[in-house]
Design a protein around this ligand. Sequence first.
Ligand code: ZN
Length: 358
Amino acid sequence: MTVLEIAAPDDWHVHLRDDHMLASVTPYTARCFRYALVMPNLVPAICSTAAAVAYRDRILAAAGPHARPDFQPLMTLYLNDALDRADLLAGAADGQVMAAKYYPAGATTNSAAGGSSLLAYRQVLEAMAEAGIPLLVHAESTDPDVDIFDREAVFLERELLPVLDQVPGLRVTVEHISTRAGLDLVRANDGVAGSITPHHLTCDRSDVLANGLRPDLYCKPVINSREDRDALVAAATSGDPSFFLGTDSAPHPLSHKLASPARPGVFNAPYALEVVAELMFQCDALDRLEGFVSWHGADHYRLPRAGSTVRLTRLAEDETTPLDEVTTVDGQTVTIFGVEAARRWRWEPLTEPEQVGG
Ligand SMILES: [Zn+2]
């Protein structure tokens, strides 16, 4: 039997939504992950420290009775015209705000408030570089002339590279890397790291399109080619500290996933750890699991690695019957990603984490 112990994992990119959905999905993140870097794309977007602090309070209230004692949401502000530079700097200095997130307008769920040019925020970015505040980017061109499978590479070349060139010292996370181009940019630039999702690591576009359309796997950036997926797996299993887990867990009601147009997003928080553990097992790389899910992100964000540990056990097939959907309090169904991996793994907190103060 395969058993291993790792430092408690962190999730460096998660959508917890609000209201009924927040109440239904937050306990899954809070029971597994120590830190959760929470995306600000609510409607209206989280653009001020005050709004982020209020959202953080709603998240903690929704964390549920099985939350890790050291569960801690880390808050981000939405980088657009409404963001006030002084407020961002003050919020970060107070420890209330971790980072600012840039969405190209229209790229994904609730991104209508986003920007049309990253370099247009140069003054904010220079202040962030000075203060050591990380920039998170949804790297996807919204140019309708660019093929959907090329949009990450085009955004990086047209939008991010000029910023890296003109704002030295800016710390950047390329979020949910979906292509080799994203990996290459991270490797070539100091201070730039990349998060990778469980679904981009375990699926390619044939899984989405070849055997009947799978709206549950439709997300932004879209799941790309087999070759890209293989490159992502190689990065995640390489031990390179520039790459770490960000689930991009993004729940939508099933009725919205089955609508036309379907809403992009994969809800994977319940079994994200199991999916990555099974991938590492299949790649004979379980010794790289702890770095990818527990160490590299904390190091990039200059936070302490978890002192508490989790034990993972690989099970005989069908030893458990995991849930495959969640029902929200208002009766909506949300499909869970990763059920197959959840049949093969069980995890439990091993050492009691210390309660977070305040
Ligand atoms: Zn996201």
